[in-house]
Design a protein around this ligand. Structure first.
Ligand code: ADP
Ligand code: MG
Length: 402
């Protein structure tokens, strides 16, 4: 891959595809980690005399056409404001993605100036399966700038117009964030130091089954927690009460359990839980001893025995990859398991990588020292797909040959 730092950008307009998909509560950004992670590349380009147009998506605008999606939102307005604060300079937010407003801004901006296009997912073509539709949007985006820099690692696994099609239309390079992410993920996939322990949590087992299937071949231990653990426990015949369950995945999960056993991979599931009678921050937490959960209760965190068990399974690790919080860490009463796992991993000497937007947010919320992990990835799905051994469309478009 070409490096953005090697591009001659003085006097050029550079389109930077960044990942600014931050969590929002109403209009407020609850974690600006992804905006911060995109600063080094933007700052470098500005310092070397480029005009920078940033393109990014936010959330999932709904609707069949552009107007409906604009009405649904969210706008990148709060992101533009935060980006301006962090850069210490104005950021012009275009009134559209690649229409008249974006064209006028692009044509009139000068060296050292920054503009942000509106939420690229306002354009239905961004995520279209139709190559021609994506190509038409990509052409409009490419017309705004001279050069393209791909730095939105968290979107690299998407075959989207701004990620995959646009760089193919213009000179392109990878930004600093993408290069750093790929360097770490490469270390995880090429002869990791052992024991190699993978901790997986999060809500849905369907998001992670492919990566689990692949990691069974390389990891020594898989520690499974979070909402996804209940489908595993159900597959083993346990009672899971009202916990989140993907019944249609039980067959696949059973196959993964068999594969792990055959490969000699230790697959560790929760042995106790913190439950409640409803999914709410003010629900009353209660520890259930043992793997079974009674009817009327839902598991919202791993219990203390599981935290201890996971701690022991991590103690001698030389390589750790963690994706997905082991509990509903957003609710303080159900965040203890996430803290325990984070602390156990931070005590590991070796390569420790955290992947996933929510996992990264959880880690920042815990206020651990900045060097607690080797690397905190900004990309959940993207890092998982990389670890699955798949080609990421965005990296392919930037010329990454794995
Ligand atoms: P990441 O973004 O790090 O990849 P995911 O998106 O897969 O992580 O999952 C994060 C979500 O999983 C969090 O919002 C968390 O509340 C949720 N979660 C964790 N444990 C449970 C559980 N037991 N029941 C329901 N949701 C859970
Ligand atoms: Mg997530």
């Amino acid at each position: 891959m070409n490096r953005a730092e090697d591009l001659d950008v003085a006097g050029q307009t550079v389109l930077v595809r960044a990942d600014l998909n931050v969590p929002l509560d109403g209009g407020a950004i609850t974690d600006d980690g992804r905006i911060r992670a995109s600063l080094p590349t933007i700052r470098d380009l500005l310092a070397r005399g480029a005009a920078v147009i940033v393109c990014a998506h936010l959330g999932r605008p709904k609707g069949d056409d552009y107007a409906a999606r604009v009405a649904s939102g969210p706008s990148l307005r709060p992101v533009a404001d935060r980006l301006a604060e962090l850069l210490g300079q104005p950021v012009t937010l275009a009134g559209d993605v690649a229409g008249e407003s974006a064209r006028v801004i692009a044509a009139t901006m000068g060296a050292g100036e920054v503009a942000l296009l509106e939420n690229v997912r306002f354009e239905p073509a961004e995520t279209s399966q139709d190559d021609e539709a994506r190509g038409e949007l990509a052409a409009r985006l490419a017309a705004l700038a001279d050069l393209y820099v791909g730095d939105g690692f968290g979107a690299m696994h998407r075959k989207h117009a701004s990620v995959y099609d646009t760089p193919r239309l213009m000179p392109h390079a990878a930004g600093q964030l993408v290069l750093a992410e790929v360097a770490v993920l490469r270390q995880l996939t090429t002869s990791p130091a052992r024991p190699y322990v993978v901790v997986l949590g999060g809500a849905k087992v369907s998001d992670k089954l492919a990566v689990i299937g692949n990691l069974v071949a390389v990891a020594d231990r898989l520690l499974i927690a979070g909402g996804m653990a209940y489908t595993f426990l159900a597959a083993q015949g346990h009672q899971i009460g009202d916990s989140i369950l993907q019944a249609e995945q039980i067959g696949q999960v059973t196959a993964v359990l068999a594969d792990a056993a055959k490969a000699g991979v230790e697959l560790v599931l929760p042995v106790d839980h913190v439950v409640a009678d409803r999914f709410a921050a003010d629900a009353q937490p209660e520890v259930v001893y043992g793997p079974d959960i009674p009817d009327g209760k839902m598991g919202l965190d791993i219990g203390p025995a599981t935290s201890d068990l996971f701690g022991r399974k991590l103690a001698d690790a030389k390589t750790v990859f963690w994706n997905g919080p082991p509990g509903v860490f957003e609710f303080p009463a159900f965040a203890a398991g996430t803290r325990a796992v984070a602390e156990a991993i931070s005590a590991v000497t070796g390569l420790t990588v955290v992947g996933g937007g929510d996992s990264a947010a959880a880690v920042r919320q815990l206020n651990l020292p900045p060097d607690a992990f080797t690397h905190i990835s900004t990309g959940g799905g993207a890092s998982l797909e990389y670890l699955e051994g798949r080609d990421l469309p965005g990296l392919v478009a930037l010329g990454d040959g794995r």
